[in-house]
Design a protein around this ligand. Sequence first.
Ligand SMILES: [Zn+2]
Length: 433
Amino acid sequence: MSMQGSVLAVGKCLACLEFMLFPVWRGIRAGSGVAGGWSQGWGRCLRWELDSPDQKARLPVFDYPVWLVLSRGGRAKLREVCQRGRGAIRLPTEMLSIKLPQLFDIHQVPKVFREDNIISGYRHPRSSALDCVLSSFQMNNETINIWTHFLPTWYFLWRFCVLCSTMNFLTDSYTWPLLVYMLLICIYPFTSSCAHTFSTMSSESRHICYFFDYGALSLYSLGCAISYGYYVMPDCWVNSWLHQHFVPIAIGNTLFCTSLSCYSRFLELQFPQRSKALRTGAFVVPFIFDTVPLFYRILLCCSGNCGLTDALSSYCYHLLFAFLTCFLFTAHFPERLAPGRFDFFGHSHQLFHISAVVGSHFQMEGVIADMMSRRSWLVAHGVTPSFLGTIGALAVSLILNLGIIGVFSAPLLWKPCHSSNQPHTSPCECKEQ
Ligand SMILES: [Zn+2]
């Protein structure tokens, strides 16, 4: 098709669009059989301004848009056309915008949802699961709590994948304590992140979410015990009574820790101080037990009986962050100094999460360094991890801890308290009695 032919085809096609506001080019006149030139579009525009039939006669002369503006009131009409056009091409914002959940102040939510010295940014106490997920992308007082444990989950998973590519976790039993440790270091931040995300579906769900959070932390302490028991134990303690019973005692510690921390939630409203003390104690006891071999090794090094290895320097950083984590958990610093100032950024629970993750990172580095560097010595002295002492211990502890969580969750599921349906209703306290 020639250039002229294609122009004509376009012209024919466009001619049928004369009803449109703006003119279209009909093609050239000569020999085409179609009326050429501009369509009547501009004429329509100009007709807005016509006052008399005489003026209509002059219409074909004004064949360019400039006349629209120059004619009387044309500028206003042009502005009107522009407004209409803008409205027509505007994106359907109502369809594209996602309505983020409304936030509430502390006095608008039931007591069970309130956090010390956090005044604003609370989510609805009966949020749907979708609202909870959406709220993780909205700035509220839980957003940073969610992300400070969700992102580290991926970091630890990445480290785990790298180790999987370099170690034989399937058949090399020496790596099984590290396998258990790496599984649990991925699970505990993920469970915490989920607990913070879905804790506002109801007051019952809040308790159950945190039961799982405590259970995952408790199992993580077992992972620490298993890895310390096989890789970190001081030379002089290897094959001692403590060494042989280290993992079974750690399983008992997880049962104690999960039970006590779950129970502490039932005292939270009536006896907040006692609840906090019990929960702190629940996690401090397994931490101290797990860390006894490490303390002893550091003590030996301080007295000059060993060189400071990479592993020990990592453990020192780990202990530093562990103490900082404990301080942040109990002290509620800095929001205690300025209630309401740290509702969204910088309150103690966020710092507690970050400190715990950094501490876990250094601990992981120490465990890996010890595992690599002490292998020949430990194997030579008969330290061979068994399936039952590693993966078996994890499986048994997982089942028992799930049972404990089930026992604490059952009364909440069977006797739901519905008084927290609305944020303005009185606090739901029936299960805290
Ligand atoms: Zn948390």
